[in-house]
Design a protein around this ligand. Sequence first.
Ligand code: SAM
Length: 251
Amino acid sequence: MKNNYQIVRTDDGSLSLIYSSKQGRSEAMHHSGGAVEESLYIYLPAATWALEKTGALRALSIGLGTGINEFIMASECVKQNLPLKQVCIESYESEKWLTDSLTHWLTKSSESNELFDLYKQNLNKVCEQQKVSAYKVKGYLQDLFQNKHLVLNKALSESTDFESPFNCILYDFFSSKLDANFWQPEFINSFLKKASAQTCSFASYASTGALKRALKANNFVITKKSGFCGKRESTFSYKLNPTQIENSGHT
Ligand SMILES: C[S@@+](CC[C@H](N)C(=O)[O-])C[C@H]1O[C@@H](n2cnc3c(N)ncnc32)[C@H](O)[C@@H]1O
């Protein structure tokens, strides 16, 4: 494992990583109250919303980190018996070792590295909460990956273009203290224009003024959602296509 990362156990028993930058700033990938509990609370509703509205999942997950959001989405698809062809997850991660590590876990089960135990424990925890078999979910993730329905991409930037837009966006960058660029209105605005389909959910642990304004400017409805474990706010937002708006009685 890279020496500027450290594995930590959070209060629900699941594992997270703490990153320390060269400038001496540290940030955990999850709330100390529970990596899996937090991710289920913040990100699962975005996946279930997209599945309910469209019957398919075309998700954009940034960043991959320890892969909990990918485990959550796969667990929900298994729970709903969703055929692979109706699922596509594109994940972005700037740290190559994290992408390589998950790739190895999905493809070379005979080998092992420091993160394999973290994946196993976190997947078990997700599946326990979701009441599905961890064995089935790992198999589903492997099938998605082999069939290129789970794609692990490099860093996302302002120049990233997408083949087609997504119906579910999980916006899980580090905070603005570490990665200010991804929380600037101009970045979020042009990102949403490119990334979001007409029917789309959007979730983030963060809830900033700039994020809300950019979502509204891109026709998203903002809901009121508390943050995890006593944090003031988080973001769950969605937009419907015009026919769905008419049918749902929204004006
Ligand atoms: C808050 S953590 C994500 C946690 C992750 N969803 C999980 O469940 O473990 C933020 C992640 O974004 C990654 N990241 C930073 N800049 C990025 C970029 N430009 N594109 C994609 N990922 C990036 C970081 O390396 C880190 O893994």
